[in-house]
Design a protein around this ligand. Sequence first.
Ligand code: ADP
Length: 234
Amino acid sequence: TTKQLIMSEKLAAIGEITAGVAHEINNPIAVMQGNLEVIRSVIGEHAELASTEFQLLDEQIRRISQIVTKLLQFAKPEEFAGFVERYLPGKVIADCLPLVKHLLAKADIEVRLEDQATRFVFMNRTELQQVMVNLIVNAIHAMPDGGTLTLSARDADWDRSSGVEIVVRDTGVGMEQDVAARVFDPFFTTKRQDGTGLGLSISQTLVTRQGGSISVETGPGKGAAFSIWLPEAA
Ligand code: ADP
């Protein structure tokens, strides 16, 4: 429809602007990072006196560059496309946990792994891991008072195609339906200054590029379950 066409033109324009701005921000960040190192070495042992401040600067600079990377990935996903591999998804899912261990411990979250998948999938490993980490970090954010995180994989057919379904389920705050309807929109976030609203949008791009799909089931106070379906690799 015309409305969809205008929307996709708008998104393309936003993508172009975003990519340009993100590229421009990268250089000053690198300069700041370099100079911080120089200052640290010039003041030598005095750096100890301001170790907290240095750490804060390091963290914030790293945060900016993470946001810039996300923006670039959103705007130019094709530039980031890694090579596609064939593998069982279970191992990749388990490999995500060490990456978020510190967050899980802080929030007192119990993890359950249910891997029954016997079919292979086709996707870049790092990309699947990135999608999983996005979903897991969101799940952790949704359970500030602790809860259970379930990661499962099983063989599942969709629309008469055989494939694998990976589910990330939390027992957190959940969402109203009007929020759930917008979570995959670029820049949609309810986290104010702490969110970019790009995590799920990028995740959707990565999954659909492999012929898969991603969806959510949720309700207020009912937690959320994000399902990724990927076609079986022949
Ligand atoms: P961000 O995390 O930066 O806000 P995302 O695209 O990852 O960006 O998520 C968009 C929004 O979707 C979040 O701000 C939040 O409102 C909602 N959301 C995502 N995952 C969950 C979840 N597991 N439980 C509740 N709300 C969620």
